[in-house]
Design a protein around this ligand. Sequence first.
Ligand SMILES: [Zn+2]
Length: 290
Amino acid sequence: MTRVRRIAIALACALAAATAVAEPYRGPLFDTHLHYNDEAQIEHPMADVLGRMHQSGVRAIVANSRPNDGTRLLAAATAQTAAAGVTVVPFIRLYRNRADYSSWFKDETIVTMVLDELARGTASGPYRGLGEFHLYDSANANGPVAAKLMRLAQEKNLAVLAHVDDAAIDLLMAHAPKARLIWAHTGIGGAPGARVRELMLRYPTLMGELSYRPGLTDGSGHLSADWKALFAEFPTRFMLGSDTWINARWQQYESLMQEARFWLGDLPPATAQRIAWRNAGELFGVPEPK
Ligand SMILES: [Zn+2]
C-alpha cells in the first residue's frame, strides 16, 4: 500500500468516527419518579397512563401520588399493569394535599399517616419507599418529622425520594447515614458536577434521579461533558424519572422518554443500561424484563 493510500484510509476512518451518530438506547426503562396525582386520574385514566408507559418501553415505575390513593390505584390494578408489562414499586407520599408540601417536616400527623400506610401496604406488596418530599429551605431538613422519617427509612430499608438542595443532602444523611436516599433531579437547582461528585463519594447509599436536571444535556439533547464524566465515575448511582407532577408532563410522557433514550445513546451500552434500568432494578429487586 502506498503512503498516500494509507493516509487516505486513516483520514476516512477518522472522519467516520467523528460523524458516527450514536443509536438511541433501546432497552427497558425504569421510571423512578412518577406521580399519579388526583387531578391526573381525571384527565388520564389508568388505561391512558399505562398505554403511555407501554408505548415508551417503561417496564417498571416508582409510583407515588398526592394523596396516596393514586399509588394504591396503580398497585391494585394488577391485571392491567401486568398486561402493560409494568411492575409497580409503591412509595408513600407525605402529602394529603398541597398544604402539606410546606409543613410536613414539622407535622407529627404525617408520621402517623406514614405508619398507617406502611401497616396497610398495597395490593402489589409492601411500600418500598417514602417521598417524594420537598424542602424549599434546606434548614427544615432538621425538622423533627424529617429526622424521624429518615431514621424510620433506614430502619425499615425504605428508599427516600427527596427534592432538596445539596445542603439538605448533608443534613438528611446526618440523621440516618445508611439510608438509601434518592436525590430527586440530583438537585433541581443544578448543583455543580464537582459538588454532586463530592456527595456521591461521601454517601455510598446516595443515588441521583435525573428528571429536570439542569446541565445534563446540551442544546442538541446530547449529554454534556460534565455528566458523561459523572456517569463514567459513578455508573451505578443514577436513575431515570419522568416527574409527572402536573398533567402536562403526562401529555409529554412519550417524548420525555424518547429524550432520555437519545442521550443514553451517548454512553457505553453497559452504562446506559444501568441508568435506564439496572440501578433501580437492583435497588428494588425487580428483575430485568425479557
Ligand atoms: Zn416529583
